[in-house]
Design a protein around this ligand. Structure first.
Ligand SMILES: [Fe+2]
Length: 276
């Protein structure tokens, strides 16, 4: 139980928010392809606070910082504190884990390092580390696969939601799909015997996906900064606004979810940029 967070649900439905890929910089003026990532992150937090969705915790699914700076992680901690709810996190390909772990753990705020959440009476959430140091694609190492299997065996009566940074379904964009999770088949094999696995949630691709794969609900969520346009084999930005995801885990094993995007401010990238 040492790596487990027990979340006592307030009622039969567990509600949480996912934010992903803020790509913060050392400087609050830092821009990614023309978007000030600090400003768009703060605007997402502001609009989450103004929404009437009453969530109980937050999942931050990687690429929190773009430039491996201490300050970037401190900016994340300061910003996320405004949500006044427990925040769980996993690394993305851009994160520098030693620094990320140290700063997020010492933030004295609302950030919790645990990766296994017993959410209410009916669900468990398993947060995996798919980062491969120094490259953009993802891979689940043996430790992650074994850990996942252990937790699924330990709580066979709970519905399970799997969370990772990298994508498992094609975005129909060759430039982006080369950065996918490379051992999706291993993930599939480990999940297969467990009939209560319901969903797989990720970030990384800076676009919304609500799809199904092998009977699991598959969800990807817009970044809090730049957006990538799906179905483009060469790098293409999208003018869709930064966003986040609301998720409800119901007692009968269903997942209800919707993506929200900024309404009160407009962030447009430099569309001339040819790479990421
Ligand atoms: Fe990423």
């Amino acid at each position: 139980m040492i790596d487990t967070f027990v979340h006592q649900g307030k009622n039969d439905v567990v509600r949480f928010i996912q934010i992903t890929d803020p790509h913060l910089f050392k400087s609050e003026q830092g821009e990614l392809l023309g978007i000030n990532t600090h400003a768009s992150f703060r605007q997402v937090l502001t609009e989450i606070q103004q929404s009437d969705f009453s969530y109980e915790f937050v999942l931050a699914t990687g690429d929190l910082v773009q430039d491996s700076s201490d300050e970037g992680y401190h900016h994340f901690c300061e910003g996320i504190k405004t949500l006044n709810n427990t925040v769980f996190w996993i690394p993305g390909n851009h994160d520098f884990q030693p620094k990320m772990f140290e700063i997020l753990n010492q933030s004295n705020g609302n950030i919790n390092p645990k990766k296994h959440i017993l959410a209410g009476d009916h669900w468990q959430i398993l947060m995996l580390d798919s980062q491969v140091s120094g490259v953009s694609h993802g891979y689940l190492g043996q430790y992650q696969i074994d850990w996942l299997e252990t937790k699924l065996k330990e709580y066979p009566d709970r519905y399970s939601l799997i969370v990772l940074h990298h994508h498992i379904l094609s975005t129909q964009s060759a430039w982006l799909d080369q950065h996918n999770l490379r051992n999706t088949h291993e993930l599939e094999n480990v999940l297969l015997p467990f009939k209560n696995v319901k969903g797989i949630l990720y970030g990384h691709i800076h676009q919304q996906v609500d799809d199904e794969w092998k009977g699991y609900k598959v969800m990807a969520t817009p970044s809090t900064c730049i957006q990538f346009k799906p179905h483009n084999h060469i790098f293409t930005l999208d003018t869709l606004q930064p966003g986040w995801r609301e998720v409800e885990l119901h007692a009968d094993g269903t997942i209800k979810t919707q993506v929200k995007r900024l309404q009160q401010a407009v962030f447009l990238p430099n569309m001339q940029e040819g790479g990421y």
